[in-house]
Design a protein around this ligand. Structure first.
Ligand code: FAD
Length: 541
């Protein structure tokens, strides 16, 4: 089937939905999304959105906090633009119907939370379900809009560019190329549809699933970054993966975060022998920042060979614990862990991808008509490390700017669309009878990325990882050509691509900065590496 639309939006998180709602009055929008529309990282965001509303806060303080976290790699003009756009975007979300929590003054002022790295209270939130509150309102509004169609359970496979050669897996593009849409697999019928569009927006979120442990939902397989790279777009800074120190470790609990506030309330990290170990790593002990805590846990696990460490808050009054952490308490209890009586098993987990498709201040990639917004983009806001709660802000701001740019350009775009797109070429015709290949490679990638390219890296581990990914990539390529594609195979192909790019970035960056920590290069090297790690697919003529 072929669909022709004005705007193709791939992804239904805060970035994709905000963009769609803004451009819908100018043309027909198709949103394609891998699962149900609500199944996004946005939906799981707990803390909130950082923005300057506090009496003692200022744009300058928020800018300084962001730059400090970014460890030299933030783009100053981007940081300033995003921070200053914050209050307007928050007010817009409120006008759309999102009920952020108000303080107790009765003056309709926003209640502002404080998070690590922020010098002031500035986290706008809706209880501890901020992401869900945003996602629900945006999905409802998009469903109601006459000009928006949401295609659920549809997985974008590859972008279509004017120069692409129609051979699956060998998409070629020069950087002056034009994007004309995407091939999209209907996960239920296994049919591949052609979506022709005047503007295509990647809003596919992060890539946490590249790692064995992640706080991200299953959709986070880096598809947008992989598709853009295959199409020839520039991608950047993929070695900067943020790890959250404490994700619940339990076979039945996927992706459940144990908030850092538990450490803030005197929770202590201990090993399997009950030894508190944070004092070995930082004078602030358990109040050390996110990255230090994640590295300390990683180091303890590598030394002991244990599967997890534990977060102990049993020394506090049980009533206080139950009242302060109602969600965490209930979740743990449902899995047979009473956190008032026993320590919680935890591991660090891949949480946020700072790198992505390289874009300008309006979210434009270097392929014409191709935009990237939200976690899938690399805007220059986060640099080498993201300041907590700056990501929802970035997504809202860039969706707004991209929409503004598209609307401005729309007149000239309308008459120039490439026509007669090649239909999808189903190279492999038979159904695979070896699904084990997909699941085996999937597990192997996630495990070696965790062990070799995780929180603490070394030259030797990176080399091992590169050797492994090269072999696996060959196997996947072969499999991709021989068999009909499935959503599992598409995701495997994409996590393999992301793994390769993360390894490449990490091998190139011979220093430790922000989230990238290599024991052979412990110092920062401002002379050589005060810059982005930019990668482009080699041109295949
Ligand atoms: C547990 C958790 C807590 C967090 N807490 C906070 C917080 O408090 N504050 C904060 O600022 N940030 C937080 N973050 C980060 C933040 O939630 C994300 O960065 C942000 O929501 C990303 O929004 P997005 O629109 O870019 O992508 P997402 O919300 O992840 O949406 C991605 C969309 O793309 C779709 N998609 C992906 N690939 C394809 C494909 N091939 N074809 C079709 N569709 C596709 C998905 O189905 C999904 O609809 C948190 C993240 C997690 C996981």
């Amino acid at each position: 089937m072929e669909y022709k639309v004005d705007f193709l939006v791939i992804g239904s998180g805060i970035a994709g939905l905000s963009f769609a709602l803004k451009v819908a009055e100018y043309g027909q929008v198709a949103i394609v999304t891998k699962k149900g529309a609500m199944e996004t990282s946005t939906n799981y965001a707990q803390g909130g959105i950082a923005s300057v509303f506090g009496q003692y806060d200022s744009f300058d303080l928020h800018i300084q906090d962001t730059l400090k976290a970014g460890d030299g790699l933030c783009k100053n003009n981007v940081v300033e633009m995003v921070v200053k756009s914050g209050p307007e975007r928050i007010r817009e979300l409120m006008n759309w119907g999102i009920a952020f929590t108000q303080d107790s003054s009765g003056n309709l002022e926003l209640d502002l939370g404080l998070e690590g790295g922020h010098s002031q209270k500035r986290i706008v939130h809706a209880g501890d379900f901020t992401g869900h509150a945003i996602e629900q309102v945006l999905v409802d509004r998009a469903r109601e809009h006459a000009n928006i169609d949401i295609f659920e359970n549809c997985t974008a496979v590859d972008l279509i560019t004017c120069s692409m050669r129609m051979k699956r897996g060998i998409v070629t593009a020069a950087h002056e190329d034009v994007c004309c849409g995407a091939y999209v697999l209907d996960n239920e019928t296994n049919e591949v549809h052609t979506f022709q569009s005047k503007i295509t927006v990647l809003a596919t979120g992060g890539a946490g699933k590249v790692y064995l442990y992640t706080s991200n939902p299953d959709i986070a397989t880096g598809d947008g970054i992989a598709m853009a790279y295959r199409a020839g777009a520039l991608v950047a800074n993929l070695e900067f993966v943020q790890f959250h120190p404490t994700c619940l470790y339990h076979s039945e609990a996927k992706n459940f975060l144990i908030s850092e506030v538990v450490r803030g309330e005197d929770g202590v990290l201990i090993d399997s022998q009950g030894r508190a170990f944070m004092g070995d790593y930082d004078p602030k002990k358990d109040l050390a920042c996110r990255d230090v805590a994640a590295r300390a846990i990683d180091s303890e696990l590598k030394k002991s060979g244990d599967d997890c460490v534990f977060l102990d808050i049993t020394h506090k009054d049980p009533d206080f614990v139950r009242e302060r952490f109602p969600n965490i308490y209930q979740k743990c209890l449902s899995l047979g862990i009473d956190m008032t009586k026993e320590p919680i098993p935890v591991v660090p987990a891949a949480h946020y991808m700072c790198g992505g498709v390289l874009v300008d201040m309006d979210g434009r990639s270097d392929i014409d008509r191709l935009y990237a917004v939200g976690e899938t983009a690399c805007t220059g806001l986060h640099g080498a490390n993201r300041l907590a709660s700056n990501s929802l802000l970035e997504a809202a701001v860039y969706a707004h700017r991209a929409a503004g740019r598209v609307v401005k350009d729309s007149e000239s775009v309308i008459n120039e669309v490439c026509r007669d797109l090649p239909p999808w070429d189903p190279m492999g015709t038979s159904d695979s009878d070896e699904a084990i290949v997909v699941s085996h490679n999937w597990d192997e990638i996630r495990r070696f990325m965790w062990n070799y390219v995780g929180i603490v890296r070394s030259n030797k581990r990176l080399l091992r990882a590169r050797n492994r990914i090269e072999t696996i990539q060959q196997e996947i390529r072969q499999y991709y050509w021989d068999f009909k594609i499935t959503s599992d195979l598409i995701e495997l192909r994409n996590i393999a691509m992301l793994a390769e790019l993360i390894i490449q970035g990490a091998m190139l960056r011979k220093e430790s900065r922000g989230l990238h920590y290599n024991i052979q290069h412990l110092e920062k090297d401002d002379k050589l590496w005060l810059k982005d790690t930019i990668l482009r697919r080699p041109f295949v003529g």
